[in-house]
Write a protein that binds this ligand. Structure first.
Ligand code: ASP
Length: 325
């Protein structure tokens, strides 16, 4: 039987109603496994409660600790599972996918319903994550994947699209595969993106800002002074307005500025619009368009790159690596 190491971080999958009437993280890895006795027939699971926190409370430091735990656990396992909240699941998964270089799969999962709610989806998701590791096709690269709602997602593409619905994750038609009837079916290979496995600390800070109608420049001026890089979720395909254009260009002369699409679907444009504040104008002035990287992921990538003394050229290399040449 395959050996699997499972760690919990918190999130709705670990939550139950508490004294104040609201749900809070209370259970962890060990509880999940004892609630699914069938698992003993298919895998040998070791459990670890890493943290017991909501998604929004997770820090980069927590993720580095989770990574180090997983790396260590990988020495004696054929697969790793981490459970956490869904609110930042796509960010944790993307972060870990940039570091994970081990020859075994690392699967993240969570739940949209708490463990004492009718129709709790947590155990099904964990069971599917285990099924995925047990039946992982040997022809595929190992890597980081997310299993939710019988679907296997790649961290690069998946996004939480609904605040409360069970079917919340969407990979913009790039789902890797599905798990039904205890069978794993892959539709596409897991692309292996560039990796940064030796990351020790994240000492650089990247500010992520979302444009809204009639924005002013003050917050960007402040962020340009205080942060090491800026990611902007721009209007439409990645545009700014006349009030903030000069500030953005001024910041881009001294530090990385990445412009993304605020639509959260589709890439930023590269060569379509030519008005002031559009991609053709901004790129001439040193701003980099993110293409397929959505703002939250562009921020994580840039934070990791800058923390390793890498920079904008490496961001562009990664960005352009996403599609097959
Ligand atoms: N709503 C969240 C979840 O689904 C709570 C969290 O992310 O911690 O897990």
């Amino acid at each position: 039987m395959k050996k699997i190491a499972l760690a919990s971080i918190g999130g709705t999958i670990s939550m139950q109603v508490s004294n104040n009437g609201g749900i809070t993280p209370q259970i962890g890895a060990k509880d999940f496994i004892s609630a699914i006795p069938e698992i003993k027939k298919i895998a040998q699971i070791s459990t670890h409660n890493l943290f017991s926190i909501a998604s929004g409370h997770i820090t980069f430091q927590n993720l580095l600790e989770a990574y180090n735990w997983a790396k260590n656990a990988a020495k004696d396992s054929q697969g790793i599972i981490i459970t956490q909240g869904t609110d930042t699941l796509e960010e944790s998964a993307f972060f870990l996918s940039l570091l994970w270089n081990e020859p075994i799969p690392l699967i993240l999962t969570g739940a949209m319903r708490s463990s004492d709610e009718l129709g709790y989806d947590g155990l099904n998701n964990i069971y599917n994550a285990i099924t995925l590791i047990v039946n992982y096709p040997s022809s595929l690269n190992a890597g980081v994947m997310v299993v939710m709602n019988n679907t296997i997602h790649h961290p690069l593409w998946m996004q939480k699209k609904h605040s409360l619905a069970l079917e919340t994750f969407d990979s913009m038609h790039q789902e890797l595969g599905i798990i039904f009837e205890n069978k794993v079916e892959f539709f596409r290979p897991l692309s292996s993106l560039p990796k940064f496995p030796n990351l020790q600390t994240l000492h650089k800070k990247v500010f992520c800002y979302e444009h809204s109608l009639d924005d002013e420049k003050e917050i960007l001026e402040w962020a340009g002074e205080k942060y090491d890089g800026i990611v902007i979720a721009g209007y439409g395909a990645g545009h700014t307005n006349l009030q903030t254009r000069d500030t953005i260009i001024k910041i881009a002369k001294t530090k990385p500025v990445i412009m993304c699409a605020r639509t959260y679907a589709g890439p930023s444009a590269i060569s379509t619009y030519g008005y002031l504040g559009s991609e053709i104008d901004l790129q001439k002035e040193g701003v980099v368009m993110s293409k397929w990287l959505q703002p939250k992921k562009a921020r994580i990538l840039l934070t990791i790159l800058l923390s390793q003394n890498l920079g904008i050229k490496d961001f562009i290399n990664f960005r352009d690596f996403i599609t097959i040449k």
